[in-house]
Design a protein around this ligand. Structure first.
Ligand code: MN
Length: 202
């Protein structure tokens, strides 16, 4: 194994999403939480390598579970940061082909927003709401992630992700996840979502 996973830089400063998400949350979230997933993924790969060589044999199920948890955490956050941009720049409504697709698949932006918000607010304990696109049925699809476990078939790409782990909002919103979710729409970077969508839509 030559390359390791690395913490990608944020595409904006730690205070850029204020007042929707305060600097303290963004700094901790990126430098501590996302970093921990990156470190954990690399550590799990090292444990697999040692296990192959017969050094320090351990239960492979445990290692692979750790790898899945941490690597999913890393990949989800890497998209999440780019899915957001400062209020004023972000937010509003999508345009272009993603807007047309939302209209086709959800019957309008407000209906989509409501359902995605419901998904996020109702993740059991901690996890994510995700928007993906399935070429097989030419449709956008909303799903939930519990913790970091994808409850959805693999190979469907991440278009829009919303982190509803408590570390994403608790310092500012306390237990009011619903307000965090409602405010979060002000920082959604629709240009980024559309770029991801345009790579998939034929
Ligand atoms: Mn997080």
């Amino acid at each position: 194994m030559v390359k390791k996973y690395e913490l990608p830089p944020l595409p904006y400063s730690y205070n850029a999403l204020e007042p929707v998400i305060i600097e303290e949350i963004m700094r901790l979230h990126h430098t501590k939480h996302h970093q921990a997933y990156v470190t954990g993924a690399n550590a799990a790969l090292e444990r697999l390598e040692k296990s192959r060589r017969g050094e320090n044999p351990e239960n492979i199920r445990g290692i692979l579970r750790d790898l899945s948890f941490n690597l999913s955490g890393h990949k989800l956050h890497a998209v999440f940061w780019h899915n957001m941009s400062p209020p004023g720049k972000g937010g509003g409504r999508p345009g272009g082909r993603i807007a047309d697709q939302i209209e086709q698949d959800f019957g309008g932006f407000e209906l989509f927003k409501k359902q995605f918000s419901d998904a996020a607010k109702n993740v059991e304990a901690v996890g994510w709401a995700v928007l993906t696109y399935d070429q097989e049925i030419d449709s956008l699809v909303i799903y939930q992630v519990e913790k970091q476990n994808f409850m959805h078939p693999p190979n469907l790409p991440l278009l829009l992700t919303l982190d509803v782990w408590e570390h994403a909002y608790y310092l500012q919103y306390k237990n009011d996840r619903a307000s965090y979710v409602d405010n979060w729409w002000q920082v959604v970077n629709w240009d980024d979502v559309e770029r991801r969508f345009n790579k998939l839509k034929i």
